[in-house]
Design a protein around this ligand. Structure first.
Ligand SMILES: *Cc1c(COP(=O)(O)O)cnc(C)c1O
Length: 237
């Protein structure tokens, strides 16, 4: 790992560019979301000074404390599991939630959007691997969710998100990313939403995710270095 944040970011940008070249994509079509959980506001400031504008947090409580101490004008997304009773505060703190995985949560975010007087943007988290991961909707559950969402006035489903199992070789999870993209194509018409965003790819597999169509890669370790507490991304919002 190189030393400074700006060196690490330059390296990541090069890798993104290479993955885009390999797959015939425009690097501008891929956004870096800095997964800043466990990073103090000074680190967020440093990242912002290097030109990053999109940050993701996993817990409402942590975001509530950090966002006011961070530079203004940044875009914040909720990427961790969100509890229904925190939907209102999350909608106030975040411009988008990536991890919606239940009808109850969808309705709670719509209600929060209504009281905030805006349309709340979300991605549906899809469990494409079928592993007994705690979070994410099974693909079969999505059509019902789209039907429900079409009746909600303060909510827009902007895309899909997934977290495949961790694999030593990122190529081993390529088919999960491809599956998410295929589901997006399949659901574009029936859902009533454009589903432009594919939030997929983390530090160990972002290039493969980009080759398979990711529009947002959520990067923590590769930008900030190892977190003090190495946990699987499943923290409660
Ligand atoms: C922490 C986290 C990431 C980033 O993980 P890294 O492996 O450090 O890049 C991405 N997505 C979610 C949901 C996370 O919780």
């Amino acid at each position: 790992m190189t030393n400074t944040f700006s060196e690490r970011l330059a390296e990541v940008r090069n890798r993104i560019k290479a993955a885009c070249e390999k797959s015939g994509r425009d690097p501008k079509s891929v956004r870096i979301l800095a997964a800043s959980k466990a990073q103090p506001p000074e680190k967020i400031r440093e990242a912002a000074e290097c030109g990053l504008t999109l940050f993701g947090e996993n817990r409402v409580q942590e975001a509530r404390q950090k966002i006011p101490l961070s530079p203004s004008g940044l875009e914040w997304h909720m990427i961790g599991h969100l509890q229904t009773n925190k939907a209102r505060e999350a909608t106030r703190l975040f411009q988008m939630t990536h991890s919606v995985d239940s009808p109850k949560l969808l309705e709670a975010i719509d209600a929060a959007g209504e009281s905030a007087g805006r349309v709340a943007r979300v991605c549906l988290e899809i469990n494409v691997s079928g592993e007994s991961s705690k979070f994410g909707l099974p693909p079969e559950a999505a059509p019902e969710i789209f039907k429900l969402a079409n009746g909600l006035k303060h909510l827009e489903i902007t895309g899909l998100m997934t977290i495949p199992p961790v694999a030593e070789d990122p190529d081993a999870v390529r088919h999960f990313f491809a599956r998410l993209r295929a589901l997006r194509e399949q659901w574009r018409d029936l859902s009533g939403f454009a589903l432009n965003e594919l939030s997929m790819g983390m530090s160990h597999d972002f290039e493969v995710a980009i080759e398979e169509g990711a529009t947002i890669v959520r990067l923590g370790t590769v930008l900030f270095g190892r977190r003090e507490t190495q946990e699987r991304p499943k923290a409660e919002g």
